[in-house]
Each structure stands twice: as structure tokens, then as C-alpha cells.
Design a protein around this ligand. Structure first.
Ligand code: FES
Length: 114
């Protein structure tokens, strides 16, 4: 089994109540992720909508709805809870974004990919 990959970023690289896309390399593959910040907490998911398997953003780093309370898929508007990636509205209601393990300390967050 390959060893897990660890990526480290500054928490302040994301505005509070904001989001950003992160692309990491695993061998030849690129893995696209979503990171959302709530104060010092970071929530991270694979950037794939469970409805059609497409990326959620149509503008780079814009993953939230206008209230900044939900992750929103730009294709058909599905809304996902930031804290657990659960879809509460839209064509994939009841499904979940695929979560990624995140660890935070005072200034940094670390993403662990297996
Ligand atoms: S592709 Fe995301 S809601 Fe349809």
C-alpha cells in the first residue's frame, strides 16, 4: 500500500468563511480538492459532485453559495453542508461529498491523502 501523502498550507491562505481550490499531485495524477474555512477550522473534500462527477466550481476558488453557509455545485445548484459534506438540496440530495482528512494547528492545516 502506498504511503499517505501530506500537504501543508497556511490557514490564512483562505479568507474566514471563504473557500479555495487545491490541486495536489499524486504520481502522474492531479487531485482537485475543496477547502472551506470557518474561523480556525478547515473542511476539505474532493472537488467532485456526487450528482455527475464534475468539479463543483465554475469560478476558481468559489465554492460557497451567496450566504457562505453551504458549498454549492455550480452545475445544478446542489447545496452541501460545510461541516460534513452532506447534500441537503438538489439532484443529489442525501448523498455526500467525499471528505478528506484535515489536521490543523495554530497557523497551518495539513491534508492527508491515502
Ligand atoms: S453536477 Fe452537481 S448538482 Fe448536478
Amino acid at each position: 500500500m502506498p504511503s499517505p501523502l501530506l500537504y501543508r498550507y497556511l490557514i490564512d491562505s483562505i479568507d474566514n468563511n471563504g473557500s479555495r481550490g487545491i490541486t495536489v499531485k499524486s504520481g502522474d495524477a492531479e487531485i482537485k480538492l475543496i477547502a472551506v474555512r470557518k474561523d480556525k477550522q478547515i473542511f476539505c473534500y474532493h472537488n467532485l459532485c456526487p450528482h455527475m462527477g464534475v468539479n463543483l466550481d465554475w469560478i476558481p476558488d468559489q465554492f460557497l453559495d451567496t450566504s457562505n453557509n453551504f458549498i454549492q455545485c455550480a452545475t445544478h445548484g446542489a447545496l452541501f453542508q460545510i461541516e460534513d459534506g452532506h447534500c441537503i438540496s438538489g439532484p443529489c440530495q442525501g448523498q455526500n461529498l467525499s471528505s478528506v482528512r484535515v489536521k490543523t494547528d495554530e497557523d497551518y492545516f495539513e491534508i492527508l491523502l491515502r
